[in-house]
Design a protein around this ligand. Sequence first.
Ligand SMILES: [Zn+2]
Length: 739
Amino acid sequence: MLNGFLNIGRRPTLRFALECSDQPFSLRDMFFWKSLTVTALLAALTGCGTVRTIWFHPATDPLAAFQQRAAKYHSVVTLPEFETTPAAVQATVDQTIAAGNAALDAIGQLRAGEVNFHNTIRELDDIAYRFQGASDRLGLIEQTSTNAAVRDAATDAIKKLSAWSVGTDYREDVYAAVKAYAGTQPALEGEDKKLFDETLRDYRRAGLDLPKDQRDAVEKLRQELTALETDFEDNVTKATNSLKFTKAELAGVPDEFLAQQGIKTGADEYTLKANITFHYIMVEDNAQREATRRRMLVAQCELARDENIPLLQKILVRRDEVAHRLGYASFADYATETRMVKNAATAIAFLENLKAGLQPKFDAELEEFRQMKVRDTGDANAKICVWDWRYYANQLKKTKYNVDAEQLRVYFPYQRVLDGMFTIYQRIFGLKFERVEAPYKWIGDLQLYTVSDRKSGEPLGLFYLDMYPREGKYNHFAQFGIVEGKLLADGRYQRPVCALVCNFPPPQPDKPSLLSHDEVETVFHEFGHAMHTILTRAKYSRFSGTSVPQDFVEAPSQMLENWAWDKTVLDSFAADYRDPRKKIPREILDQLKASRLATMGMYYRRQLSFALMDLALHTQIHATNAADVLPLSNRVLSDVALPMPPDTAFVAYFGHITGYGAGYYGYAWADAIAADMATVFENSPDGYFDQQAGRRMRNEIYAVGDSRDINVSIEKFLGRPRSLEPFLKKIGVNSTTSP
Ligand SMILES: [Zn+2]
């Protein structure tokens, strides 16, 4: 059965946001938002063509030996068979839809006396699994194929699969079979019971429990919403706003940036776009003139305004109506029901407490910025406005902390980072990675690795690495699931396959690829998702790998980002590529940490302002007050972070409003869990290298996935109840003033 309408789908392994993410999507993991519509819905795929077992002679081929070894563990390792022509992509779509329909027909034709767990509940998970395999693979092809026609065909394919899958929610014959099985009042336990309960819950959430006329109304609203949301997101993507400045107006903005093609457009004319994040950040970070910073910010807050404010009103009113028809007080309650937080009130209370706890630090940071502005302007009453904070945060970094993150690159040659990270992950999680030759490569330098248990040698899965940018490739960093873990009907376990798709700076003739510290942090994060995918042992695909609640999925990877800030970890691999005896100087790392902490109050208050705005809109907007969308969003933003200029429309360009749908709170929520989880390593004898902590992480978090309540898994890993203290400490909140 489907994962539920508008639910975040199965693999939203997004990196929630970055310091500079004024753009509607974060720089990491962006792909997954695009695939939500597909992944959130049920569908099916033909049994053939998904995966292919390739047998080679085991004596000469390590991959074949790996596959044969899997058989001893009653598991199966298969490589995806990638479509390489538009025709093959189209054929997959046709087969997927045909086989999906046939499989659903078979369930729908069961008579009451014939239904059982296997031919209804489990079969639906199998159908969803096969669909997921096709859409995941096509999703990866869309982002990585070197052939533009194949990429376009994959985009088209995903749209078609998505459109088809919407209708499958409302197959009454299938629902009748499921209800007939539920009518037998089966005595189920554990993961089977969870699958059964959640399948029924999904039907209820789709409106199948309602009388026909009401159910039809919900279906119609959902269809309208799909179109409205697509339009909203398209408008965000297409919105553009060019501004012309003179050189004097751009004083402070780096010359090499202004010299770039397309920016210098006249003798004393520079054209910048408010919709290009890089342009926006360069101005907001560096422009000495307040009027210039203000103009840029206001221009960004006007993007897509005329088109998207009316659309957002319609979206919020329809979401509210769907929630009411399904018996929820608000869309936020509806959306959070399937997540850790469970309801809107808990999410709001969490954010409000954090907001209050951050107040002293936030005030102190603003006062430090203000003093800088007083010195700049000579105005003793100067105030920090929303267009000022980036500039003064940047000045603070440069003057007080003397931070130049670029100077760290020499310590992070690509291969050293990769080898070092592999050594750490293999050690803490008890694994062995081995490079093998990929039978099919979509690019020449594609790498493929096997993952096995270090002690027993049990094969656990495979991962691909596609590491450098090229024309037409996905341009951020993300982990893509390709084959998910699942217990197959024949009793064997399908081991997972995934890919890391990155964009590291390519090597140059005179020097290797050198990573920034931020990129090192990112690869630790993304590889954490790969571990989550590969180390799964969940029986059902619904619960396997990263298919965990949306407000938890980032937590393990956010935890692993800490590794990139630890001197001992970094010293285990980072060294100057020109002289490997030289390690990262402690002062530089300390300065970087101090400068990060120095603006943490501003950073989190800003995050909280987005999260609280998201929840306010999804709890307070109804058909009767749709006109309040803009004033309400500006009021919340102004109250939690800094006052927004009157009559601007930030929310019109904030794609997370439709993408997250009452889920933005999950950023801080998962961060808090990540900090809590990190303490298990920090308090262990070997710190971030501790193998017992790693083993517990593997068993209690990665292996179980969503096959049991995630709260139970977290507590088992922690060995104690959850605590907010580690997070507050990390962000510089004194716990005596804390929530
Ligand atoms: Zn992520």
